[in-house]
Design a protein around this ligand. Structure first.
Ligand code: GLP
Length: 261
């Protein structure tokens, strides 16, 4: 696990965009995993700038989303497919038809989850997965207690997550759906490279557990310790509880320039 601590969230976002640019230079048809939440927005903005400048193209890529609320209408602005459209697809040059997410409006939700797993594997798997982290250590919508081997399935959101996400629903916790479909932790761990971004003091405990805690379903993000290629991009506040912070800073300062991500 490589941990990079930047002074600001913007710096961390640029590094994530660098990792994506490096990948797409090697393989323009790479498959991206995209995440919702506020943390990845700086990445999408930076990718948008690079596409507008002509230094990057996502025209040949495919993208898979992590999760989706169950039951939000097709035109609901907080439906994750719509959020990804506004925050990512509309800013870059990816073909919208090549962006997929779990179908939270399916009549048969279990079959929709199985179909989603098949779609990811038919595409050859995810090359680079962008991830955020919840204050309770969830990744995608894998709440505490999730199986570390889980696959895409229906989950019930915790009160904490519904409170955290109420800000996207005019502060109304009751408007936040109780259920979601989410890639499992086992699904996420199959991505070839995982880039997690976190900023702000509110994430400091979850980040401490992710990087330094014991692997445990109580902090689902700790499963990432089992993955061979994870990059954790933090601002100073999110890194504020790390015991190894100075080691990570030293390591990054001394990183050979040829090493890349
Ligand atoms: C949501 C998403 C997660 C995201 C988390 C943190 O619950 N399902 O994928 O990582 O929120 O979001 P934020 O970055 O807004 O704090």
């Amino acid at each position: 696990m490589e941990v990079i601590i930047s002074p600001t969230p913007d710096e961390a976002g640029k590094l994530a965009a660098d990792a994506i640019s490096e990948l797409l230079q090697r393989n323009p048809e790479a498959v991206l995993g995209v995440a919702t939440g506020s943390s990845p927005l700086i990445i999408y903005d930076e990718l948008g700038r690079r596409v507008a400048q002509g230094s990057l193209s996502l025209a040949k890529t495919r993208a898979f989303m992590l999760d989706e609320y169950v039951g939000l209408s097709a035109d609901h602005p907080q439906r994750y497919r719509n959020v990804i459209q506004d925050e990512f697809v509309d800013k870059v040059d990816i073909d919208p038809a090549q962006v997929s997410g779990p179908d939270g409006l399916a009549v048969d939700l279990s079959s929709a989850c199985e179909a989603y797993e098949r779609a990811i594997s038919d595409a050859g798997g995810v090359d680079l997965q962008i991830l955020g982290i919840g204050t309770d250590g969830h990744i995608a919508f894998n709440e505490p207690g999730s199986s570390l081997a889980s696959r895409t399935r229906i989950k019930t959101l915790t009160g904490q997550t519904r409170r955290d996400n109420a800000r996207f629903f005019s502060g109304d916790i009751e408007a936040v759906p109780q259920h979601c479909l989410t890639q499992g932790i086992g699904t996420i761990l199959q991505a070839r490279h995982i880039v997690l971004v976190a900023s702000g003091r509110g994430k400091a405990e979850a980040v401490h557990q992710l990087v330094e805690g014991p692997v445990s379903a109580m902090w689902p993000a700790t499963a990432l310790q089992l993955h061979p290629h994870v990059t954790v991009l933090l601002d100073t506040a999110a890194a504020s509880r790390l015991q190894l912070a100075s080691y990570f800073i030293e390591t990054y300062q001394g990183k050979p320039s040829w090493q890349g991500f």
